[in-house]
Write a protein that binds this ligand. Structure first.
Ligand SMILES: [Ca+2]
Length: 167
């Protein structure tokens, strides 16, 4: 029961984009306060490397989830594009902007490698290639390089040249 990634922009908006692990077999996405529960085809096994890819499209008005390169479905949202200028947090769920009301019972525990955001919806082949071969399209918008990461709580940042891949 833990927030994996939270993006929050203003006091009234709640999470503009949230990835929340509700249980080993359920991931909840929230885009501009629209929630959808994705019941995973294969439950997450603790301690085993997983690749997760969440997407949203303001032109398709949909958001969806891939786990280990496999499409887990999508759902509708009304809203416009998610605006910039907010706070992006890995491993916690914000109740408001600028790390609002972080809750230790919603903290995520584990190792995150190669977190990236692209300014477009990747296609299924690209997602599969990232998960299995670490072939990441170079037109990304966000990558967690050491100069951009601020640590909080018990989080650590370990530089690595490893490119994570599923076995
Ligand atoms: Ca919360």
């Amino acid at each position: 029961n833990a927030g994996f990634q939270s993006y929050c922009r203003s006091r009234n908006s709640g999470n503009d984009f949230l990835i929340f692990f509700t249980s080993p077999s359920r991931v909840t996405l929230n885009v501009q306060d629209i929630n959808h529960n994705f019941d995973l085809y294969t439950p997450i096994v603790p301690g085993v490397r997983q690749h997760i890819c969440a997407w949203f499209s303001s032109t398709e008005h949909r958001f969806g989830l891939y786990l280990n390169g496999v499409d887990q479905g999508s759902s509708r949202y009304r809203g416009p594009a998610v605006p910039g200028g907010g706070t992006l947090v890995i491993g916690q769920e914000q109740d408001g902007p600028n790390l609002g009301n972080l809750d230790r019972t919603q903290a995520w525990s584990g190792k995150v490698t190669n977190f990236m955001i692209w300014p477009r919806k990747l296609n299924e082949t690209e997602i599969f290639d990232i998960a299995h071969d670490c072939r990441c399209p170079r037109d990304y918008a966000v990558a967690l390089t050491g100069d951009k990461v601020e640590l909080g709580g018990q989080a650590r940042y370990v530089p690595t040249n490893e490119c994570p891949m599923l076995k």
